[in-house]
Structures are given as C-alpha cells and as structure tokens.
Design a protein around this ligand. Structure first.
Ligand SMILES: [Zn+2]
Ligand SMILES: [Zn+2]
Length: 642
C-alpha cells in the first residue's frame, strides 16, 4: 500500500503506519501512551528530530525519553530558548546571540550595555519557570535563508543576522525556526514538544563573554543556568555541586599541603613531601601490578628530533601542542619534548628483530610528558602542561588481541575496585573516514566487544567514534559523589606497525606486522590524584595517605618514649610523624583530624609503662591500648598496597 510505511524499532520489530504520521502520534498509537508521555525527542535513521516530525518513508525509529542523558541536553537547550525569551521581555532592547546546552546546564549570551545583577537573575529565573507552567509548544518551521534574514533584520537582531550570513556563505539555502509563544529563534533542533517538558529551570550565575570568544569583539552578558526534569533531580545536583566545592582538590591541596604552582612554571606542579608520598605510592603500586601482570618497564628519552614526529605524524598535526626546543647547532627548533610515549616505544621495539615467541611484548613507562595547553585552560591538577601517565603499549599478534584486552580489563577492574571507584565503558567503533579493510575492522571490533560482554562490563556503543585506524574502549569512573570521569583507555592500533615499519617473524617463518594496543588505567597521574583527592575528600585510605600515623603525647615526660616509637615505625617503612609542638594534646588531636591522618597514636604514662600506644582512627573511633607488635600487625594489614 502506497500510503503505508514501515517503522523499525530498536528491538528489530516492524510496525506499519499511515504515511505522514507524526513521530509522537506514532509512538502514542502504535507503541503506547506511557512511552509517548515520557518521550522527549526521537531519532529517525540516526538523525535527531522533534516528536512532531512527520514520518514519510520506511525508517528506523528510536525514542529518547526523560531517562536518556541526551534528552536532558535537549530540555536544557529548550531552557536556553525560554530564558532568552523572558530576558527580551524583561529587558527591552537586549539582543540575542546563541544559547547552547553545555555540561551540566546551558548558557545564553546577550548583548546589552549593563551586566545582570543578582536581582535580575532572580527575576529571570522566576519568569522562566512561569513559561514552563504555560506549556507552550515548540513549533518548527523551515524557511528560506532570505526569509530568515528578513525576519531577524526586522527584529533588529544584528548578531542573528551575522550568523545567518555565515550559514548562507557555507551553502545553506534553508533554516529552521523554532517558535514558542511569540518568541522565535533559529537552530538545528531538536526541541522537546513544549516548555512543559522542562521540569525546572535554575539560573546559576552570569559573566562576561566575548562575541565568538574573540577578545577583539564586543563583550556580551552570559547567563548560565541548568534544567532538570524534576525538582528532586535539581536538588540532588545542587547538593552535589556544594559537596564538590568542599572537596575541590585545589582547596584541599592547600589545606593538606600536597602541591603548589608558581607562575614561572604554568601548568606544572611542585609536589610537597606529602604530595610526593601520594604520587610515589601510586607509581610504585602501578609498577608492582604491571610487573606482576607481565609488563616490562622501560625509560625512553624526553627530547626527540622532529624526524620521529614526522614518522608519527605529530609534526604535521600536533605541532602547536608540543614544546619545541632550539638546537643551537642547526639554529632550528628541531627538537620537541615528548607529548606522549607511543612513538618512543615503537622506536624501542624496532631495536631488535622479534619473533612470535617474544609476543605479546608489554612495555610500561611512567616518563614525564609535556603538552603545550593554552595558558587560559590551565587549572589545578586537571589541566596541566607537565604530567606522567601509567602508559603502556602491548605489541601482539592479531590472535592475541582479545586475550590481551581481557587481561587489561581485569587489571583495570582490580585497580578501580581497590579505590572504591565504579566504572562503565564506552566502545567506539569504525568512523566514516578510516583506513584498513572491513574484515580487519570486523575482527578488531569483535575482539574488543567480546571482552566487555564476557566480563559483564556495562558499556555503551559510540558508533563511528573510533580512531581512523582502529576501535577503542574508554572507561568512565564514578566517584563517591556520583561524578563521572573518563580515565582508562584501550586502543587498537594496526597503523603504528605500518608507520614505524615494525614486524615479527611468525611461526611460518615470514614477516608479519604486530598490532599495538595503547592502554592506561590512571591516565595522567596528576589528574588521577586530583580525582582521588576529591573522591576521598582528602581522607585517603591508610595505604595511600601521605602521613599514615601521627604520635601525640599527653605530657612532655612521655616524649623520649614517643621518639623511640617514632623511629621504630619509621624504620618499618611507615609514614609516621611525631607532633612535638608546644600545643595542648587536644589541639594536636584536632589538627590530626583536620589533616585526615588515618591513625592518631596517643602516648601517656600508661602507654609508656606497658610499652604500647592508644590509637584512634580518623573519624573518631578509639581503639583500645595496643602493644607496638599489635599496632605493627594492624598497620601491616592496612598500609599494604592493595
Ligand atoms: Zn534551539
Ligand atoms: Zn600510546
């Protein structure tokens, strides 16, 4: 029947429907009113569309409900439209520019003389939430570029007019307008069915921002906000933000005396003795784990001639991100500090002829790396220019890939578990532009995905987001306050062996190319430590704590004994301090709590007499008197690397 179309649902089932039916109607009539109520937008053959879009041909349909993270992005962009509309009503003469959804919310940039006051922001928030109650539908309309120009010129919106000219210059003939109430904007969409879908809008703050991010352009007034499907989710988000502020690693880094920065070395940390203890403990732990897992550690040079970067391709594509170094002999900036270890590992592989018996070869390196991040983007330990990674490259045969990926995921699982971090994976598959034949991609993708399935790692597929040479898995961890961080990675790379002419002699006595697997678990030590500081709120587990125990005497007459305890524990390798300052015992105990030291060891006359200490755990739990032998047994257990 010519007036019927077939709609294929994600489970593979097909449903016929009248041609021209709107997505929302189809969902209501052919799937169910429950889903129709929860729907926010849809994907037709992979393209995001509004629920009002008519279905005119056979399609694959996916419905995105309030549960989908992408749906939250859509209502945040809805909210940006709503905020812009109320700002133009409340502050006549204000011009609009753009308003995208961003991580955790949205912003809208306005052109007006004066900045918004806190009072203004309150008014905007109240008015925006009133628009939600009206449930105004978002109405999409396709118009010619000329008509759009006419419309926005008529409204006197010169920034919008400028954007339309740009879009036209790039070849667009039509634009899509979105109206709600009497307000209109143009964008690609999608939008939700109406303002009622936005549960609640919260305006968070305002700041200045240059038009198109260029400081030669006029300064605009940016209003930041966020939106959620319901008030409960907003409250949880605000509580999380509040908690995150308290745990901010830059603040705790100062309070716990872990690291410093100096303007003479932007983006490179000075690690204090305490910070260094944390850094080195993680480094030693990872060395032990990788050694036990069959890796070999190597060190490679920090400075390389551009010849290496020409082979690796970095000289052409990545040069601005590298620190170039002047070679006084050639008077050229021919050298660069390495921004990653991979190319040097490939050179290292090439030093020897390899046979299949050498594989898999697992090379681990924790060398210092430099990347020339823009100075404006630097902040704390999360965006730095100098860092180290728990980096490794596995050289193996095609047949070994699945086994190696499996081994890696098990190691990663052990590390994250030991730290109380839960995780999920993102599996990125072949992009449009790629090298290698489809059979190779089929094998590589199957190898990676089979491991995620068999180890029951929760994962989502990022279709088309793999590198041009191979698929990859990225791991997101969730910290103790529910924030997600992308950390571990496993990348399949058959291209390195081609670029670097790497080979091995197979069982068949002929030459083959090894596959390279790039993998990391911490990622950068610097960023990982920042995440751990915030995850633990500075209260590290005993094995990782910069100071594991502090000894405090009740009176000075116990100091001699306390000194012998201090030396004994330090001699056993524990990170112990003896607080000999002339303060009251209570003040010292409080200080140890502020410093979040796992054990406070109290020494009074009784402890001296009986040859022990009375330990108190961080958080207040008093353990009974303990002989030094028992204390050592306890610390042996709790301070051992997991
Ligand atoms: Zn829009
Ligand atoms: Zn690599």
């Amino acid at each position: 029947m010519a007036d019927q179309i077939q709609v294929t649902l994600p489970d593979g089932s097909q449903k016929p429907a009248p041609k021209g039916i709107q997505v929302g109607e189809f969902v209501r009539d052919h799937i169910g009113p429950g889903l129709a109520k929860a729907a926010v937008f849809a994907r037709l053959n992979g393209t995001d569309v509004d629920l009002t879009r008519p279905i005119t041909e056979d399609v694959k349909l996916e419905v995105l409900t309030t549960k989908a993270p992408e749906a939250l992005e859509v209502i945040r962009h809805d909210a940006a439209h709503v905020v812009a509309s109320v700002v133009q009503r409340l502050f006549p003469g204000t011009q609009v520019t753009i308003g995208p959804a961003i991580e955790d919310g949205f912003y809208y940039d306005f052109s007006r003389e004066t900045a918004f006051t806190p009072d203004d922001l309150e008014k905007i928030e109240a008015a925006a939430n009133e628009e939600i109650a009206k449930n105004l539908p978002f109405v999409r309309e396709e118009v010619s570029a000329e008509k759009a120009l006419e419309l926005f010129e008529g409204l006197g919106e010169k920034f919008k007019v400028e954007i339309i000219h740009d879009i036209v210059a790039r070849g667009a003939k039509t634009l899509t307008l979105y109206r709600h109430g009497d307000w209109v904007d143009f964008c690609l969409g999608p939008h939700s069915p109406g303002t009622g879908r936005i549960g609640v809008i919260k305006i968070t703050h305002a700041s200045g921002a240059y038009w198109r991010g260029d400081h030669r352009n006029p300064m605009l007034q940016r209003v930041y906000g966020t939106a959620f499907f319901d008030k409960k989710a907003l409250a949880a988000h605000l509580a999380q933000q509040e908690e995150a502020k308290k745990r901010d690693h830059r603040r705790l880094g100062k309070e716990l005396d872990l690291f410093h920065f100096h303007p003479f070395a932007p983006g490179a940390a000075f690690w204090t003795p305490k910070g260094t203890a944390v850094y080195q403990t993680l480094s030693t732990w990872m060395r032990r784990l990788t050694t036990q897992d069959g890796y070999q550690e190597i060190k490679t040079p920090l400075l390389f001639n551009k010849g290496l970067w020409e082979i690796s391709g970095h000289w052409g594509k990545y040069k601005e991100n590298m620190f170039l170094v002047l070679d006084s002999e050639t008077e050229e900036h021919d050298f660069s500090l390495k921004p990653m270890n991979c190319p040097s590992h490939h050179l290292f592989y090439g030093f020897k002829k390899h046979s299949y018996r050498d594989l898999p070869l697992r090379l681990h390196t924790q060398d210092v790396l430099h990347r020339n991040e823009a100075s404006g983007s630097l902040g704390g330990l999360t965006r730095v220019r100098q860092f180290a990674q728990d980096d490794a490259h596995i050289y193996c045969t095609d047949d070994q890939v699945a086994g190696e990926v499996r081994r890696f995921v098990k190691l990663l699982d052990r590390v994250y578990n030991a730290l109380g971090l839960t995780y999920s994976a993102k599996f990125s598959t072949r992009p449009e532009k790629r090298i290698g034949d489809d059979a190779l991609w089929d094998r590589a993708e199957a190898a990676l995905e089979s491991v995620l399935k068999s180890l029951e790692v929760p994962y989502e597929i990022k279709a088309g987001e793999g590198a041009f040479y191979g698929p990859k898995i990225d791991f997101d961890v969730s910290d103790s306050i529910g924030r997600k961080w992308q950390l571990g990675t496993m990348q399949y790379d058959p291209n390195a062996a081609i670029r670097f002419d790497l080979s091995y002699i197979g069982e068949d006595n002929s030459e083959h190319k090894p596959v390279v697997l790039h993998r990391a678990i911490f990622g950068s030590f610097e960023r990982f430590i920042a995440i751990l500081i915030e995850h633990f709120a500075g209260a590290f587990p005993a094995w990782l704590a910069p100071v594991q125990a502090v000894i405090i005497t009740i009176a000075d007459r116990q100091n001699d004994y306390a000194r012998t305890v201090h030396e004994r524990l330090r001699g056993k390798g524990y990170r112990v301090e003896f607080d000999e300052r002339g303060m009251s015992m209570n003040a010292k105990v409080r200080e140890a709590q502020i410093q979040k030291v796992p054990y406070t060891l109290i020494v009074g006359d009784q402890e001296v007499e009986q040859g022990g200490v009375s330990p108190r755990r961080y958080g207040g739990e008093n353990l009974k008197f303990m002989s030094l032998e028992d204390l050592e047994r306890l610390m042996d257990k709790e301070c051992a690397l997991p």
